[in-house]
Write a protein that binds this ligand. Structure first.
Ligand code: SF4
Length: 335
């Protein structure tokens, strides 16, 4: 199967089986961009629900740009990888300052948090720019169909797959082809149970004929996971509790958390601490967090480090929390 035949087969497949998603077919760069940012690390069903919430609260890029960072983070709560939300907010302000979305790949890539993939996805779907959007789905489909075992997480791999995807891209239907590849990878040529028996490109699929479908794509050994131990102390005094906003340069930048001690014993708060939960595991990219959670109810309000602020307990819901903290608060009905 030549490149053109593969492309035609995929477009035909897409016309029949492509997913109907609310941001498709409307040519709205903002709606497409928001969906792409949300879906980078999120399942489609969960992501779609968030997309609706975002579009309802911030229907245009101007609305998003005018919002406070706290409000954006609160709406993002539960999706994780908060740098995406912060970057999206900063990029919205760049877009408004420039008077609208840039209509070139280079211009899109100059926006905060927009890399090759997002620029190509938005550029091709909103403006018809001929740029291949290469995500995990595309790596998998191409590695299998063309039998490529160059590790996808290497510079050589990235170049190999990007060049091939670009070669297959039809200039007059770039956006549709990019969506076809994403959908095909997500629903047909899936990581563990690909539907090879009714696959439109099965006759020419290298991996299928050499029996190595599940071995492709290849990844070079992964980064070692680092472990961190956190102790959170929920300090309650007179209907108030203390939170602080997490600083820059670490996980969860800008989100709020209760009193934290890391790799050290809990401080003396003038009262015994009740251990509510121990060793709660939370996995992030490259990190495993193990958290202990304590309750302290001192008779006298303790002096805490200066970055902690006292807030009314019933107003906790107004603060954007990391998922781990939210989980603990919910478990102990503090939220
Ligand atoms: S035959 Fe199977 S492995 Fe090959 S492209 Fe189709 S679904 Fe993927």
């Amino acid at each position: 199967m030549s490149g053109t035949e593969f492309t035609v087969a995929l477009l035909r497949w897409f016309a029949q089986y492509g997913r109907e998603l609310p941001w498709r077919g409307i040519g709205d760069a903002y709606a497409i961009w928001v969906s792409e940012v949300i879906l980078q690390q999120t399942r489609i069903d969960q992501g779609t629900a968030y997309w609706y919430r975002f579009m309802e609260r911030f229907p245009t890029v101007q609305h998003l740009a005018a919002a406070s960072e706290d409000e954006v983070l609160r709406l993002w709560q539960g999706l994780g990888y908060y740098s995406r939300a912060r970057n999206m907010h900063a990029a919205a302000r760049q877009i408004v300052e420039q008077g609208g979305f840039p209509h070139s790949i280079q211009g899109l890539k100059a926006l905060k948090g927009v890399g090759d993939y997002t620029a190509a996805a938005v550029g091709s779907m909103a403006f018809g720019l001929p740029a291949a959007a290469v995500d995990g789905n595309v790596y998998r489909v191409l590695a299998r169909h063309y039998g490529i075992d160059v590790p996808i997480n290497t510079t050589r791999g990235k170049h190999t797959f990007e060049a091939l995807a670009q070669e297959l891209l039809p200039r007059d239907a770039a956006g549709t082809f990019n969506q076809a590849m994403m959908d095909f990878g997500a629903t047909w040529c899936t990581p563990r149970s690909p539907r090879c028996q009714d696959c439109p490109v099965a006759p020419t699929c290298d991996a299928l004929h050499t029996g190595c479908v599940l071995e492709l794509p290849v990844k070079e050994n992964k980064v070692k996971m680092r472990e961190r131990r956190l102790s959170y102390i929920y300090v309650r005094h007179g209907g108030m509790t203390a939170l602080r906003r997490r600083p820059a340069g670490d996980i969860w930048q800008g989100l709020w958390e209760p009193l934290l001690v890391e790799d050290a014993p809990p401080p003396d708060l003038g009262c015994p601490l009740t251990l509510l939960a121990s060793g709660v595991k939370h996995v992030l990219t490259h990190r495993i967090l193990l958290a202990d959670f304590y309750l302290a109810e001192p008779a006298v309000r303790p002096v805490l480090p200066p970055d902690y602020v006292w807030i009314k307990e019933r107003e906790i819901g107004n603060y954007a929390l990391p998922r781990l903290v939210e989980k603990l608060f919910k478990q102990f009905t503090l939220l």
